[in-house]
Design a protein around this ligand. Structure first.
Ligand SMILES: C=C(CC[C@@H](C)[C@H]1CC[C@H]2C3=CC[C@H]4[C@H](C)[C@@H](O)CC[C@]4(C)[C@H]3CC[C@]12C)C(C)C
Ligand SMILES: C[S@@+](CC[C@H](N)C(=O)[O-])C[C@H]1O[C@@H](n2cnc3c(N)ncnc32)[C@H](O)[C@@H]1O
Length: 368
């Protein structure tokens, strides 16, 4: 073959390969968010790398961010930065629901996710006409599943403006915008009236609060008397040993890579709920057998991670993705290893479920 023909063949093959990686394979999990759309939230593309560096140095010592008062106050702003950095990558590689679910035999991840979300609606006994609060709603995957399953109206709150816009756009596309609303705000001081919701839920979100009392107290305030609240909490389990360096490494890795100001222990959750006035109706780690592992979805994707990593590198070189995306993607890859380790050793669960009730009368609440 002549040199010119060889060069042409190589060029065409190269372009074909990039096209295949980016446009065909680039939409890793759910069609809709493609690799070429990785914007990093509302951060100006020239600032992505700096914002990532600031985030990383803030969460380097996660436990201190919760215990030191001045740092604790800064947590919501850094959580906001975190979601600017990761929201597009999450949507691209995971979907519109930013949480884990127990695997279901013979069923897709999408089905398992929906079942885990519909469980919330069932626990809340949600029905048409109810007004539910989604505490830390992300881009609204759970909100839409719960509204569709129960017929209720849902109001979501998230600290991240970019997620508000994404969620509203998804709600419109799903034809659910008349029943699903999203507001930007801090779940530790919410812009809602007292006793204005029939039920509330939080899915893998309250772990971002330095003090759980601050979120639970707010949910208690906005719930009607008798109203139910379900939360899926990220916690360390009784198997966690602070003197085991492997355990410490996994838990620190989870905290640093997920913007967490220190994970709480499983046995702390119910007492915090009671402290703010809730009755504990049920408490259960949904990750325990017979539930199948939630972390297999992370493990089975090694080939996909490798491909995604290549995609973000190519897009950064082509200047389609902003500088810094490679670093954020790398951080998430490492976080996935720590989460998997946490799941396999059983020292961590992302789905410690509590079902709480605001007492029906003030007298009952005071006697707690
Ligand atoms: C509840 C929270 C988020 C939980 C999960 C939705 C995310 C935790 C780790 C994330 C991911 C890790 C690896 C990424 C991979 C390298 C990339 O190619 C595609 C996206 C990932 C799979 C990404 C997806 C979302 C997570 C699983 C926390 C923040 C409280
Ligand atoms: C891991 S995501 C889960 C989102 C959603 N529950 C889901 O399952 O798809 C955590 C969410 O909590 C929100 N969040 C974290 N801290 C917050 C705060 N202080 N106030 C409001 N929202 C917050 C984030 O913005 C994000 O939307």
């Amino acid at each position: 073959m002549e040199a010119a023909t060889m060069a042409w063949t190589a060029a065409v093959a190269g372009v074909g390969l990039v096209y295949w990686f980016v446009w065909v394979m680039g939409s890793a999990e759910v069609k809709g968010k493609r690799a070429v759309d990785l914007k990093m939230g509302s951060i100006n593309r020239d600032n992505v790398k700096d914002k990532y560096t600031q985030y990383w140095s803030f969460f380097r010592r996660p436990k201190e961010t919760a215990t030191d008062e001045a740092s604790a106050e800064k947590v919501p702003a850094f959580v906001d930065t975190f979601y600017n950095l990761v929201t597009d990558i999450y949507e691209w590689g995971w979907g519109q629901s930013f949480h884990f679910s127990p695997s279901l035999p013979g069923r897709s991840h999408r089905d398992a996710t929906r079942v885990h979300e519909e469980r919330v609606a069932d626990l809340l006994k949600a029905k048409p006409g109810h007004r539910l609060l989604d505490v830390g709603c992300g881009v609204g995957g759970p909100m839409r599943a719960i509204a569709a399953h129960s017929g209720s109206n849902v109001v979501g709150i998230t600290i991240n403006e970019y997620q508000v816009n994404r969620a509203r756009s998804h709600n419109r596309k799903a034809g659910l915008d008349s029943r699903c609303e999203v507001v930007c705000g801090n779940f530790m001081s919410m812009p809602f009236d007292d006793a204005s919701f029939d039920g509330a839920y939080s899915i893998e979100a309250t772990c971002h609060a330095p003090r759980l009392q601050d979120v639970y107290g707010e949910v208690f305030r906005v719930l009607k008397p008798g109203g139910l609240y379900v939360s899926y909490e990220w916690v360390t389990t009784a198997l966690y040993r602070a003197e085991d360096p492997d355990h410490v490494e996994a838990i620190h890795g989870i905290e640093r890579g997920d913007a967490l100001p220190g994970l709480r222990r499983q046995d702390e959750i119910a007492s915090i709920a009671k402290e703010v006035g809730f009755e504990v109706v049920q408490e259960l780690d949904l990750a325990l057998p017979p539930a199948l592992p939630w972390w297999t979805r992370l493990k089975m994707g090694r080939l996909a991670y490798w491909r995604n990593s290549l995609v973000v590198r190519v897009l950064t070189i082509l200047r389609v993705a902003p500088k810094g995306v490679v670093e954020v993607h790398e951080m998430l890859y490492e976080t996935a290893q720590h989460l998997t380790r946490g799941g396999e050793t059983g020292i961590f669960t992302p789905m410690h479920m509590v079902l709480l009730r605001k007492p029906s009368t003030a007298a009952a609440a005071e006697s707690k």
